[in-house]
Design a protein around this ligand. Sequence first.
Ligand code: GDD
Ligand code: MN
Length: 376
Amino acid sequence: MQSENPNRQTGGKDSAVVPQIDIIVPTYCERDNVALLIEKIDKALAGIAWGIVFVDDNSPDGTAALAKSIGADDARVRCIRRIGRRGLAGACIEGMLASQAPFVAVMDADLQHDETLLAQMLKQLSAGKADIVVGSRYLGGEGGGMSARRVSASRFAGVVARRLLGITATDPMSGFFAMRRAVFDDVAPRLSTQGFKILADILSSVGTDVRVMELPFTFRSRMHGTSKLDSKVILDFADVLLARAVGNLVPARFPYFMIVGGSGVAVHLIVLKLSLSLFAVPFLTAHIVATMVAIASNFFLNNMLTYRDQRLSGLDMLYGLLFFYVICSIGAFSNIGVANWLYANQSSWWLAGLLGSLVGLVWNFALSSTFVWRAR
Ligand code: GDD
Ligand code: MN
């Protein structure tokens, strides 16, 4: 039984070899590739202490069970079986987080990635020549086992990545790369677990001091099983861009600012109703009073909630309030201006109103972040 296994040692701190590099392999229905991949990696990394971490999203074909049964006899092979979660990027992240090796690599299970590149990647990393080494399908020229449509889609994504994200790698959508684990640990909290875009996400998240190197390889054709991707790459890539753009442009405070703005509308209506029915003042007066009260209420709520970390008090709070009044009244003009222009140009009333309010809101937010609650 288990105890007869000659590979199984009896405890002791030194009884297992600590890997120099862990190769993270995300899998979904890759049963037929698992054993072959391990064999190939073993051959390619002879003399190097390696580990493999399969991260399987509970594939119905039993990939995880197979990987675990191999791991039962070979401590270098491990498998994380995830339940209730799907996604390549998240699987890669989870595998890298489970690693304790100084270097980690990510590689597909389907033998499309050239395992002989791993040793070269590790050599560059351990010699301190780079912090991230990317296996590029384009450095060498042709795209290997990819359809023409796939090659152009992938190339297009590369061009956009370079322009918008400042990524210089030729193949930011590659699923084959290795890096210093410390660098990964650093960026891990900023990565998205959705989609296929793990490398592009890492490259756009790391600081400029992180050195990226590319090595060419030929993308092979898939032997067993089927691709989970294809035309979805582009869509996925648009998603990284959007996530980054929104992450950079829309600061974490904006949602709070919007909620407070929404409460301001309620305050406005209540005060308006009260002034009209209780005090019987003329509509214009009631409207002005309601606006003033709503702006003040927004100011105090923002001071307590949105900008709680740089809350104003005392005289600063009074000046802040006055400044907020000025900014909001200019905001009201831009709101009215935009709404009017849209309405005059045949837009529907609600679209004009909505966009007008949005412009006013963004204006108020931008100016009060800069002038009222000064960013540190
Ligand atoms: N755990 C997990 N969960 N693994 C997954 C999932 C998932 O939801 N989807 C795919 N995988 C695994 C596959 O089993 C395979 O090992 C690897 O991720 C790549 O999936 P493929 O379906 O073979 O993708 P591909 O060959 O079409 O895409 C390749 O090129 C893309 C860019 O063009 C891969 O290298 C991608 O990583 C790369 O982004
Ligand atoms: Mn593949």
